[in-house]
Design a protein around this ligand. Structure first.
Ligand code: 17E
Ligand code: FE2
Length: 423
């Protein structure tokens, strides 16, 4: 255990000019003061060297129970969500506690190395033994020194459409799940999907839990469960605690319907999560050309004042064979796919992997401000644009005043000059 820091100095903060010192007292931020010039670091001070410092990254949507199982027992060759669910069903039958704990912790260490300190994981509870859920509850305790983990009771094969689906969801809540999930677009009928959404929001409210539904993760413009989720959230005044994940079908809705839908979304205050790399890979699979991107309407939701964050969804699992834990890669892909490389979007883009993820997770103590837990990351770059250009990993991650991660800064020009042999 390293000594507690007493300050981060030479920090650049988003939306503010100049350099700042962030005092740290008892693991919390103290005064944040403007510096007139670059300071020399004293003992127990972390020197941000003029780089951007942001709150620690949030991974709001990942499936840790399936992480690192790509190719087991077979590869998803079609690249569809549905073959992914089949492959996972085969792998799920062989899960053990140690298997889940080992892969989940390996993945969380990878995340920690990339400055992620808050994670929401979906855990498949369509398993009569609830093996993965019980293991993940243990993981949550084991990793609490470096990551805050929220667990979603996620009914991968449906609530209505899986034997004892409701009982398994209720058991998962009883065992300690933090968030109630759902998958209405995968239920056997539209009516079952609607019934499942109403039921799961009510279950969450009864137990004072959050909601995060895999909602309309399909290119079918007729998949309209988002309106049901938003209407339920509005009716129960629960919107800030309800997240709609994926909503891929919104990329296929017609504009007239969307115009009506957005009115409801704004009234409901729902949170949105888009998983750009995952949806680019899984969606559009039933299209010839032109081929859809399969993403929700990210800039339009942001323009409407709604909170949208990006997540990775998968790390080398039956749905997606790639992933390296670096949220800057996800952010880069998402900005490309959503037509958000205008400088106005780039300038505010880090909110998609920080503040908006924190809003989805309903975090109450998040940010860089006096009195909040001293959790932050030092990025490689002075502006979001510089950070995104090279997607270099964080140089430091600080949690409650302790340094969790520290690595040498990379100088891309020096690296280039050392590489070019006779140019
Ligand atoms: N399960 C699902 O229904 N959708 C996904 N994108 C993943 C798992 C990764
Ligand atoms: Fe997912």
């Amino acid at each position: 255990m390293t000594d507690c820091l007493n300050a981060v100095i030479n920090a650049r903060l988003q939306g503010r000019d100049g350099l700042y010192s962030l005092a740290i007292e008892n693991g919390r931020f103290g005064a944040i003061t403007s510096q007139s010039a670059e300071l020399k670091a004293l003992h127990n001070q972390l020197d941000a060297a003029g780089n951007l410092v942001t709150p620690a990254f949030v991974e709001p949507h990942i499936h840790l129970d399936a992480a690192m199982t790509a190719g087991e027992p077979r590869w998803n060759q079609s690249g569809t969500l549905f073959e992914g669910i089949e492959c996972w069903g085969e792998r799920k039958a062989t899960l053990t506690r140690d298997d889940v704990i080992g892969r989940a912790e390996q993945t969380l260490r990878l995340f920690a190395a990339h400055g992620i300190q808050y994670v929401r994981t979906h855990v498949d509870v369509t398993d009569p033994q609830l093996t993965a859920l019980q293991a993940m509850l243990e993981v949550k305790e084991r990793v609490s020194g470096y990551v805050d983990l929220q667990i979603v009771a996620f009914p991968q094969e449906g609530i209505w459409s899986f034997r004892n689906g409701r009982e398994l969801m209720e058991e998962a809540v009883r065992l300690g799940a933090d968030v109630v999930g759902g998958i209405p677009h995968f239920e056997h009928t539209r009516d079952d999907g609607v019934a499942s959404v109403r039921w799961l929001v009510e279950l969450a409210q009864r137990h004072d839990l959050l909601v995060d539904v895999h909602c309309d993760e399909i290119d079918d413009p007729g998949s309209r469960f988002l309106e049901v989720l938003a209407a339920e959230a509005l009716k129960l005044d629960y919107g800030s605690r309800v997240t709609a994940s994926h909503t891929c079908a919104m990329g296929s809705y017609n504009d007239a319907y969307c115009s009506r839908l957005f009115r409801l979304l704004k009234m409901s205050g729902l949170r949105f999560l888009c998983m750009p790399t995952e949806s680019l890979h899984l969606q559009g699979r039933f299209d010839g050309y032109p081929k859809r991107r399969g993403l929700t309407r990210v800039p339009e939701l942001l323009d409407a004042g709604l909170k949208v964050a990006f997540g990775q969804d998968s790390i080398r699992d039956p749905w997606y064979p790639m992933g390296n834990g670096n949220m800057l890669r996800t952010l880069d892909s998402g900005l490309h796919a959503c037509h958000m490389l205008g400088m106005n979007w780039i300038d505010r883009s880090l909110e998609l992997i920080t503040d908006n993820g924190a809003a989805a997770l309903h975090l109450q103590q998040y940010g860089i401000a006096e009195g909040l837990p001293a959790r932050c990351v030092v990025l490689q770059g002075q502006t979001p644009y510089e950070v995104l250009l090279n997607q270099r990993p964080v140089v430091a991650s600080v949690r409650d005043g302790q340094i969790l991660v520290q690595r040498a800064a990379e100088d891309p020009m020096a690296a280039l000059n050392n590489t070019l042999v006779s140019v």
